[in-house]
Design a binder for this molecule. Structure first.
Ligand code: F6R
Length: 250
């Protein structure tokens, strides 16, 4: 694992965006695995800025997102499809037909999950998979559990995740209780994983990811087995790693 420590959220976002832009420059027709949530917003803003300036093009890029709330349509302003359109796709030269997010309204959610795995496999998996991390160590919506789940699946969100995501909804009752998420299979099959983290609230999760045992109780800990992981965090998110003497690049 290569770990980059940046001073703050803005610098973390810039560093992460450079890594994604480099991947696109290396292979303009790459497959990017993308994430939603608060953490990647600054990264997407940078990519949009460079695209608008003519320094980057998504014209040949294909994207696959990690997850979607079950029961929300792509038009719902808290759906992850809406988030992606709003934060990235509407502002860059990507062909939206080549952007994929699980369908939260699929009548048969299990079938949708199986089709999503087939799609990601047919695309040859992500060249670069961007991940945020939950306070409990979740990646995508792979919540702490007694075993890792390989396939895309329907998951019951934990109370801590519902609490964390209530800030985006009118109240806690409106937060969907289930989501469709890529399993660890597609994530681990990506050529490179880029995990970004910001703020003190993520410090324990990041520490457990890097230094803790590989356990489904901290789903991100499986990344210790991936051959090409880059973590970019701000000082607060990496504070426990640094305190433990883990070497980070500055
Ligand atoms: C969302 C996702 C989640 C988030 C995580 C952190 O697509 O995959 O795992 O990355 O919940 O969310 P933020 O960035 O809002 O703290």
């Amino acid at each position: 694992m290569r770990i980059y420590m940046e001073k703050d959220y803005a610098a973390m976002s810039r560093r992460a965006a450079h890594i994604i832009a480099a991947e696109i420059h290396k292979n303009p027709a790459c497959v990017l695995g993308l994430a939603t949530g608060s953490t990647p917003i600054g990264t997407y803003q940078k990519l949009v800025e460079w695209c608008k300036a003519g320094d980057l093009s998504f014209a040949e890029v294909t994207t696959v997102n990690l997850d979607e709330y079950k029961g929300l349509s792509g038009e719902h302003d808290q759906s992850y499809r809406y988030f992606m359109n709003d934060n990235l796709f509407n502002h860059v030269d990507i062909d939206k037909d080549f952007t994929f997010v699980p369908d939260g309204l699929a009548e048969d959610a299990e079938a949708e999950c199986a089709e999503y795995d087939e799609l990601v496999e047919a695309l040859g998996y992500a060249d670069l998979q961007l991940l945020g991390i939950g306070h409990n160590g979740h990646i995508g919506f792979n919540e702490p559990d007694t075993c890792f789940t390989k396939e895309t699946h329907v998951v019951n969100l934990t109370d801590s995740t519902i609490d964390a995501n209530t800030r985006f909804f009118a109240n806690r009752d409106e937060v969907p209780r289930q989501a469709l998420t890529m399993g660890v299979g597609c994530i681990m099959a990506a050529g490179r994983v880029l995990l970004i983290a910001s703020g003190e609230g993520k410090a324990d999760a990041v520490y457990n990811t890097v230094c803790g045992p590989i356990t489904p109780e901290c789903p991100a800990s499986i990344l210790q087995l991936h051959p090409d992981v880059v973590i970019v965090g701000d000082e607060a998110a990496l504070s426990k790693l640094v305190a433990a003497g883990v070497e980070v690049c500055k």
